[in-house]
Design a protein around this ligand. Structure first.
Ligand code: PLP
Length: 374
């Protein structure tokens, strides 16, 4: 008989199995302790003209210990792997990621003492590669972004490792009913606001996990809140939602707005919980990130720009309709990860991205309340 970690006696299992189970228990305890150490992220009111009957809030996911909304997902995916028996004391963890998820997963791999390999597109920003390595991860760069999944699967198979596969498991690993998921946190933090139940939640999709959690939660809690998906150039999500067709493929294998938009419809994208879509030009995403800098006094990531463009457009519609209410979106990650990209004039020029006309449009809207006809 062997002593168990909870002091009882274990049935006659192999010593190795007992030791492995003890390792899994300790790993889960470490991940849970991380959750217990982490304070909730803030909900920030965006300073719009006081006389407007519509309020805008941004859920600031950039303050997570690993700097993005992906801290929540990484924690859920590692717990999911541990509890499914897919991760043990000798497992090499492998992921295919545009960067943010890999930064967070590398941190959790180190927390439980496992090696981590991130398979990323070669075009991923140097800042994100540095952050993956800073968290103890190894980066495998792939020229063709459409091949990151296959390459990650191959590396996992060859090393006897585990392919975490965020695009497949994001929607399954996240507890959409509660457990302080991003939706429950937003509604709790809106409770004392003048319009506590948001009219709209605005979010982009990479895996689709965040939009799935938001859409499921508002249905589960029977709120009338609707979810608007913002989609950057080169992504198939908006088209696939409109055409009810998950087989669509985009010509380009990668967009310019890191983290959101996909060339194919990922398994974790649940179109049925999305109520409308907006296509956002990449230059408008960059312009909107610049305007957030002026409104909040700090820089945010590209996908946050996409979110805020979509959110302000909805605010404009509500003002034009004489509606009142609140709109909530996300700050997904901080601007310092985009020094070499959206905050670099040469990078913008090389890609013929001219944010200025969109910036003018937003500045005019924020003073007049009018959004020019499409
Ligand atoms: C910076 C950033 N914003 C937004 C998202 C989209 O989140 P999700 O994968 O939950 O759709 C991602 C996903 O990788 C991201 O990295």
């Amino acid at each position: 008989m062997f002593p168990s970690s909870s002091g009882g006696s274990l049935p006659a299992v192999s010593y190795a199995a007992a030791m492995e189970r003890r390792w899994v228990h300790e790993a889960i305890a470490k991940v849970e302790a991380d959750a217990n150490r982490s304070a909730d992220t803030h909900l920030i009111p965006v300073p719009l003209p006081a006389e407007w009957p519509v309020d805008l809030y941004l859920k600031d996911e950039s303050v997570h210990p690993t700097g993005s909304l992906k801290h929540r997902l990484a924690r859920s995916l590692v717990l999911y792997g541990l509890c499914n028996g897919w991760i043990g004391p000798h497992t090499v963890l492998v992921e295919a990621s545009s960067g943010s998820t890999a930064v967070s997963e590398a941190a959790f791999a180190r927390l439980i003492g496992l090696p981590f390999v991130a398979v990323v597109p070669a075009s991923t920003s140097p800042e994100k590669l540095d952050q993956i390595r800073f968290q103890g991860g190894r980066c495998e760069l792939v020229d063709d972004p459409a091949r990151v999944d296959d390459e990650a699967r191959r590396i996992a198979e060859e090393s006897g490792g585990h392919f975490i596969d965020q695009f497949t498991y994001a929607e399954r690993a996240t507890d959409w009913r509660g457990n302080n998921n991003i939706a429950e946190s937003i509604f709790e933090q809106m409770r004392l606001e003048r319009h506590p139940v948001p009219r709209w939640l605005v979010v982009g999709a990479g895996t689709g996990g965040t939009s799935a959690t938001l859409g499921r939660y508002v249905r589960y809690r029977r709120y009338d809140t609707e979810v608007c998906l913002v989609d950057p150039e080169g992504s198939v999500y908006a088209d696939s939602w409109e055409q009810h067709d998950r087989s669509l493929r985009a010509s380009a294998s990668e967009g310019l707005i890191e983290g959101i938009g996909r060339p194919k419809v990922e398994a974790s994208f649940i179109p049925e919980v999305v109520d409308r879509v907006q296509r956002v030009p990449d230059a408008a995403s960059v312009a909107s990130a610049r305007v957030v800098r002026r409104l909040l006094g700090r820089r945010v990531g590209a996908s946050t720009g996409t979110n805020v463009w979509g959110a302000l457009r909805i605010v404009a519609e509500m003002l034009a309709a004489g509606d009142e209410g609140s709109v909530v979106s996300l700050i997904c990650d901080p601007g310092d990860r985009y020094e070499q990209t959206i905050y670099n004039e040469a990078w913008l020029a090389d890609r013929n991205l001219r944010p200025e006309p969109y910036e003018d449009l937003l500045d005019r809207f924020l003073t007049t309340g009018e959004w020019p006809p499409a």
